[in-house]
Design a protein around this ligand. Structure first.
Ligand code: 5CA
Ligand code: ZN
Length: 485
């Protein structure tokens, strides 16, 4: 019998509340956010959540990855939250897209403001008047900045923690300025490749598609989006990159002097990610025991649970030693010496998604080993000597296993369908890939008849000719269709 089994059999009363099954995804998700202490949804303003310290620690690690990926050629900055009405109202397409979602500040104390102030729903109209002042010549281009800020959107659809918020607390928005339309188009590709790398680091598979014209960002020439398929088969848009062309440049008069002395309009892009990335991470990887976190972003990577039997001092001394060794190697390690029983500790740290648990008990110590339990269930005795290397190797394997598992789930949820009827069936459980000639009219018909949304044309893939599911015209065009969050 292992040390932990002895303890477990002594503690039969150690019953813990279980999460709802993941097949009841919505209940599971809401319960998990509370129990694992990610966000508290009880704040008395609809659509606004409180980050628990543990959730905040996770968010910090996830956003550190974004920063790492952007910092080499973007500069982080910060713009004000409030936007004067006159600036906000300049770009007609933009207003049309956001009008119903803007919160307004209309007074300071009891004094009505002369110029109403918008709480940014996104920051084009705050940033671009400043770009006009900053950009003079071709030597100032390309300009690439980003900020991670809170934004406010008066969402009228059903709000959900991390997924559809009225205060988005962690809106990473990048804004870039270029000399030509082609340079901006290239930047959109760069954005998508950084986001792709970001989601790979989170072990999350995704779809990349070009949004149909009626679903692009207000004011954009086109929008490329990244979607993750959630456990219930609905998709979550977890990132977008927009080619803004010169729409905003015209409105805000952003020009530069070209090498030949000519004044030219700039071309722009913007791309954003919100805490939806954390929602996707939690939803795709989590299980009935709680969170499952990728090694690279877990606030606690290794938890050490001492099994206090026999020579307790010795067990504690070995545990502390290990803790020191792992911390020195840069591992986020926690030694749990609380009064709870080991079983309760196992439960707690599994709920929190800790990738690796080390059980240190007297019998194991005698044999010169500890018991290593991975969050995916794999369990083995590992020699104390060389433990750090062994853990690093396990971490790599865990990450690969997590990605494989998520990819298999993802692949099983995408299916090619030839007809509206087939697409209708498929979008009940996942994503349908449907032949589409590209005509707007056929697109609208598809959405109406399939009763799902068009995510748009898959990027970086090509397909053989097939008959459009609506008009029957032969084309190589396809669109993803899904029910969306
Ligand atoms: N200015 C552009 C690029 S930063 C912009 O605002 N794009 S957006 O409207 O598409 O938003 C960027 C991303 O934020 C979306 O792709 C989506 O993942 C996320 N997002 C949008 N609305 C919400 C919301 N209400 N709650 C949480 N996340 C949201
Ligand atoms: Zn058609």
């Amino acid at each position: 019998m292992t040390d932990s089994k002895i303890i477990k059999s002594k503690a039969k009363d150690n019953k813990q509340a279980k999460l709802p099954g993941k097949d009841s995804f919505s209940e599971w998700y809401h319960e998990l956010l509370m129990t694992a202490e990610i966000v508290d949804n009880r704040y008395p303003v609809k659509g606004m959540c409180v980050w628990f310290p543990f959730g905040f620690a996770l968010k910090k690690n996830v956003y550190a990855v974004i920063r790492e990926l952007l910092d080499p050629d973007h500069q982080e900055t910060q713009f004000p939250l409030l936007i004067p009405e006159n600036e906000f109202m300049k770009e007609a397409q933009h207003i049309k897209g956001f009008e119903e979602e803007v919160y307004w500040v209309t007074s300071g104390g009891t004094t009505p403001l002369e110029v109403k102030l918008a709480l940014r729903p996104t920051s084009e109209t705050a940033i671009y008047p400043m770009f006009k002042l900053w950009i003079r010549s071709h030597a100032d281009l390309p300009l690439r900045i980003y900020q991670i800020v809170n934004t406010f959107r008066y969402e009228t659809k059903h709000t959900r923690p991390l997924i559809r918020l009225r205060e988005i607390t962690s809106f990473k928005e990048a804004h870039t300025v270029h000399a030509t339309w082609e340079d901006a188009a290239e930047q959109v590709e760069v954005a998508i490749s950084r986001y792709s790398e970001f989601y790979r680091r989170l072990a999350l598979p995704f779809l990349v598609s070009r949004r149909p014209s009626w679903d692009k960002f207000p004011g954009a020439d086109y929008t490329t989006a990244i979607d993750v398929i959630m456990p219930d088969g609905k998709t979550l848009q977890v990132g977008t990159a927009h080619h803004l062309g010169s729409t905003f440049a015209k409105t805000y008069e952003i020009t530069y002097e070209a090498e030949n002395g000519e004044q030219k309009l700039v071309s722009q892009t913007c791309y954003g990610i919100s805490e939806r990335c954390i929602a996707a991470l939690i939803s795709v990887h989590g299980d009935e025991k709680g969170l499952v976190l990728p090694w690279g972003v877990a606030p606690i990577q290794v938890v050490i649970v001492p099994i206090l039997l026999g020579d307790k001092e010795k067990v504690l001394a070995v545990s502390r030693n290990l803790q020191g060794e792992l911390a020195a190697a840069g591992v986020a390690v926690k030694l749990d010496t609380s009064d709870e029983r080991p079983g309760a500790k196992f439960y707690k740290w599994e709920m929190k998604g800790v990738p690796i648990r080390l059980e240190v008990g007297p019998r194991d110590i005698e044999k010169g080993v500890v018991t290593l339990v991975r969050r995916d269930g794999a369990k083995k005795a590992v020699p104390l000597v060389g433990l750090v290397e062994a853990i690093n190797k396990e971490a790599e394997e865990l990450q690969a296993a997590l990605y494989t598992k998520a990819t298999n789930l993802h692949d099983a949820k995408v299916k090619e369908t030839a007809s509206i009827e087939e697409a209708k069936v498929q979008t009940q459980v996942g994503v349908a890939l449907v032949p589409w000639c590209g005509a707007v009219e056929c697109g609208h018909q598809l959405e109406n008849q399939v009763e799902a949304n068009m995510l748009g044309e898959p990027q970086y893939q090509s397909f053989p000719e097939a008959a459009c599911a609506v008009c029957g015209k032969l084309s190589a065009g396809r669109t993803y269709m899904a029910r969306q969050y």
